[in-house]
Design a protein around this ligand. Sequence first.
Ligand SMILES: N[C@@H](CCC(=O)N[C@@H](CS)C(=O)NCC(=O)O)C(=O)O
Length: 346
Amino acid sequence: MKARDEQDTAVQFKGAPGSPYTRKMLALLRYRRIPYRFLIGGQAEALGLPKPKVELLPTFYLPDGQGGIEAVVDSTPLIRRFEQDYAGRSVVPPDPALAFIDALLEDYADEWLTKAMFHYRWSYAADIAKAGAILPLWRNTAMPPETHQRMSQFFSERQISRLYVVGSNAVTAAVIEASYLRFLDLFEALLQRQGFVMGGRPGSSDLGVYAQLTQLAKFDPTPMALTLERAPRVSAWVDLVDDLSGHPAPEDGWLSCADARDRLGPLLGEVGRVYAPALLANAKALAAGDESWSTTIDGQPWEQPSFPYQGKCLHGLRQAHAQLPESARQDVAKILAGSGCEALLT
Ligand SMILES: N[C@@H](CCC(=O)N[C@@H](CS)C(=O)NCC(=O)O)C(=O)O
């Protein structure tokens, strides 16, 4: 009888190991000990599950409140929905100021670090060859060789043609790579002081960072070699976060607001150096109706198409900041002072 109940209560979702946001949610479900059913390839369709409005991985199949099932995408709001739906082992710090910093760093990982992930995977021959070979097989390891060949080619060409979407191009490549190396140095230094971005237990920012590192540090040959050589602790950390279902999640494990500036200041400085100017220039272009924009990031030229989703990210951060109690806004101001991230909030 028990097996049937667990099957019914398990949250169902579709994803792929090569999708960083899929890995983000897998790590969340394991850490929070939420039973899940992981669907790959065409399994969701075979089960007659609904299609999401925007086909993105991961896709969750959740109650729609009218007795039906709806297809839901986007890891950041999903993490917050599961904070409501499931009790215990929260990944959102109880301190509102720290929760805001956690959300900002999650966004940096989801929307900036992912540029390095996509750039390295579809810019270098060794990385293109490996991703092209493996990604289709993660949908179905039993596919015939000719199908595999065809899908490898199709997938590689499609993704290479979409590099411009994340802003990876000849102008920006050096900025992206330099930013990733700085991130590695900063995170390697932080891991010598604490086990997670959010202190002694993981926050949603840890899941965001882990998500991109599952590819950058553990799959794509070029950044993987760079990461191992330059940041062995970062490489080791990814393996630990793969499955934190056994982590004690101590109530007093969260980083204190008092320590946040000292511990997270350098990383927030990197966010202010690269992600804040990108978000602001993108928002300005969207407001003006421009299809693309150019600006200076890290003292170098940057140009890319306008990205409506990142307009929503900035709006979401500003809204979350505006809803903070006055004392928490003051704490946030202290933590962000001089990082360059303050510009996001004015
Ligand atoms: N903001 C979304 C991003 C999801 C996303 O972009 N997923 C990628 C795979 S990692 C995807 O489905 N891309 C569209 C495609 O490749 O067609 C999240 O956090 O879940």
